[in-house]
Design a protein around this ligand. Structure first.
Ligand SMILES: CC(C)(COP(=O)(O)OP(=O)(O)OC[C@H]1O[C@@H](n2cnc3c(N)ncnc32)[C@H](O)[C@@H]1OP(=O)(O)O)[C@@H](O)C(=O)NCCC(=O)NCCS
Length: 240
C-alpha cells in the first residue's frame, strides 16, 4: 500500500465511483459530499491510499495554522476492516506533524466509527467545550506533548478552567501542565481543546504571572480558537 499526498485525477474519479456504488446500498455514503471532495482535491487537501492501480481510501482535510480538521475519511466499502483505514490515518497524521500541525479534530459522523477513532488514539472533546453542538467531536495531538501534572516546571505551571474568568473564582482548574522551557521554548508543546472564553492562568513560585481568557493569553490563540497550542512560554502582552 502507498500513501499519496498529491494524487492524480484518476484517483479522485475512482473514489467518487466507489462512493457512488455505496450510495446505492442501505447505509451512509459520502457520495452526497462529492462537491466538497472535488474542491478539496483541487486545493490539494485530499490524501489517498493506493495499491497499484486501485485507490483504496481517502481523506479530506483543512489546515488552520497549527491545527487541522479532518472533514472526511473513508475506505472502499468492499475492503473495510483490513487495516487500510489505520494506514491512511497514521500516514495523514505524520504528514501533519511534519508540516507543523500539532492537533487534528473531527466530527464523528457516522457515529459507528467512534471505536475506530478511539483505536487511533483520538479523544472526545471535553463536555463543556461547545454546549450548542450535538455532533461527537474528537481530537488528537500529532506529536508528543507535555502531560498533565500539578507539579511546577522550571518556568512554572499552566492551569486551565472549563469556565469563564468570572465563573472560576473559588473553582479548581480542570487541567494543569508544568512549564518546562529552554530559551523560551517549551520542551514539549501543550496541546488541548480550549474554548476561547475559558480562564487560563500562569503561576510561578506561588505567584500569578498572568491570568485571563484563552483568546487573550497567547499569540497562537488570537484567532477563533479550537485548541490551546503552546510551543513557547505564553505571550502575556494581550492579557487584560
Ligand atoms: C471508519 C473506517 C475509515 C475505518 O477503516 P477500516 O479500514 O475499516 O479500519 P481498520 O481495518 O484500519 O481498523 C483499524 C482498527 O479499528 C477497528 N475498527 C474499525 N472500524 C471499527 C468499528 N466500526 N467498530 C469497532 N472497531 C473498529 C478495527 O478492528 C481495527 O482494530 P485493531 O487495530 O485492534 O485490529 C472505515 O470503516 C470506513 O470507511 N467507514 C465508513 C466511513 C466512515 O465512517 N468514516 C468515518 C467518518 S468520521
Amino acid at each position: 500500500m502507498k500513501f499519496s499526498i498529491k494524487p492524480k485525477k484518476n484517483r479522485l474519479d475512482q473514489v467518487v465511483a466507489w462512493l457512488s456504488e455505496e450510495y446505492e446500498q442501505p447505509g451512509a455514503s459520502f457520495y452526497s459530499n462529492r462537491t466538497i471532495i472535488q474542491n478539496a482535491f483541487q486545493n490539494r487537501h485530499f490524501h489517498c491510499v493506493t495499491n497499484g492501480s486501485k485507490t483504496l481510501a481517502f481523506c479530506v482535510f483543512e489546515i488552520f495554522g497549527d491545527y487541522s480538521i479532518l472533514h472526511i475519511a473513508a475506505v472502499d466499502h468492499r475492503i473495510r476492516g483490513r487495516g487500510v483505514g489505520a494506514f491512511l490515518v497514521k500516514n495523514h497524521l505524520s504528514y501533519l506533524a511534519k508540516n507543523n500541525v500539532f492537533a487534528v479534530w473531527l466530527e464523528c459522523q457516522p457515529t459507528s466509527s467512534v471505536p475506530f477513532w478511539h483505536g487511533m488514539k483520538f479523544q472526545n472533546f471535553p463536555e463543556h467545550y461547545d454546549d450548542f453542538h450535538e455532533q461527537i467531536k474528537m481530537y488528537r495531538p500529532t506529536t508528543k506533548i507535555t502531560a498533565y501534572s500539578e507539579v511546577e516546571g522550571n518556568a512554572g505551571i499552566l492551569k486551565l478552567w472549563d469556565c469563564e474568568p468570572y465563573q472560576s473564582e473559588n473553582v479548581l482548574p480542570r487541567w494543569s501542565w508544568p512549564l518546562h522551557e529552554k530559551q523560551g521554548r517549551l520542551l514539549a508543546p501543550i496541546v488541548h481543546p480550549a474554548n476561547r472564553n475559558w480562564n487560563i492562568a500562569w503561576h510561578k513560585n506561588g505567584l500569578t504571572v498572568a491570568e485571563g481568557k484563552v483568546k487573550y493569553f497567547c499569540a497562537q490563540t488570537r484567532h477563533p480558537a479550537t485548541f490551546l497550542i503552546l510551543r513557547e512560554l505564553p505571550d502575556i502582552s494581550m492579557v487584560a
